[in-house]
Design a binder for this molecule. Structure first.
Ligand SMILES: [Zn+2]
Length: 283
């Protein structure tokens, strides 16, 4: 599932490809992904609109639109869910099997494809209103982070997944940040010491910044192995494992810890896998 760095990399790649384009056609294949926006409102708002920008908040993409007959800008919110992909395709290409929404941008088609339809492309922005601070922004401060951890009995790993605490950290980067900070994923949030909170704060920023840097330098035009210059996101057959290579604990159960050589362990917390090194992450 894409987290903050993957969405940021996607936004950076997609932005120059769609900015300035006018939406000439709107095809909704799966109305569910627009909810609670109705297909009728969606079509009416988007048709003829010009895409003026693309930004990210947490794990969400925010498409800025200027629409005819409306004064202010309109924001379209995108979320990839578990299996979503946003990409551009040639105009004459057939819709992929799981296309949920297709926007005609003139020369190219913008496609939102989602095999499981857990993602979103909607005019409803309620989800971003509840988000905590951006971890790489100046609003994310050690003092306020410490304050919100102090109020929770939850294990720190589970607490980190709460998007109101800090936006964009998911299962992968929660495990990676805790490993980097040498903190046990089971430690109750309120029992972290001041130095541990500071370490974790730094580790969260470091793992996310590194992942963005790594993602920004990798070729994203996999296209099923064809270097066709079109944009794709998500793993396709034959795509190299750039992301997995640089993760230190995530999905590495049984493999040696890069610090101590001990075995990485996998445990379940709140129904989700956590990966950590029991030697390096004792406290
Ligand atoms: Zn270790």
């Amino acid at each position: 599932m894409p987290e903050l760095p993957e969405v940021e990399v996607l936004a950076r790649h997609l932005r120059p490809l769609i900015r300035g384009k006018t939406i000439r056609g709107v095809s909704v294949q799966r109305a569910k992904v627009l909810a609670p926006t109705s297909p009728r409102i969606f079509r009416r708002t988007l048709l003829g609109a010009k895409i003026t920008g693309l930004s990210r908040r947490g794990k969400y993409l925010l498409f800025q639109l200027r629409t005819p007959g409306r004064k202010g800008p309109v924001t379209l919110l995108g979320h990839l869910g578990m299996t979503g992909r946003f990409f551009l395709a040639r105009k004459k290409e057939r819709f992929p099997k799981h296309a949920a929404v297709v926007l005609d941008l003139g020369g190219k088609k913008f496609i939102y494809e989602d095999a499981r339809y857990f993602g979103r492309l909607t005019l409803n922005l309620a989800a971003v209103g509840k988000l905590g601070p951006e971890p790489l922004g100046s609003d994310f401060r050690p003092a306020s982070f410490a304050e919100s951890l102090k109020r929770s009995r939850q294990a720190i790993k589970i607490r980190l997944l709460d998007q109101t605490l800090v936006a964009g950290v998911g299962n992968i980067y929660a495990s990676e940040a805790l490993f980097r900070a040498r903190i046990s994923p089971r430690l109750p949030a309120r029992r972290l010491s001041r130095p541990q909170v500071a370490q974790l704060w730094r580790a969260i920023r470091a793992v996310l910044a590194e992942a963005i840097k790594c993602g920004s330098t990798m070729p994203l035009n996999f296209g099923g192995g064809r270097p066709d210059g079109l944009f794709y996101f998500g793993r396709v057959p034959g795509a190299p494992d750039y992301y997995e290579e640089r993760l230190r604990v995530y999905d590495r159960a049984g493999r040696p810890c890069p610090n101590c050589g001990g075995s990485i362990k996998r445990i379940k917390q709140a129904g989700r896998s956590t990966f950590y090194c029991p030697q390096c992450q004792r406290a």
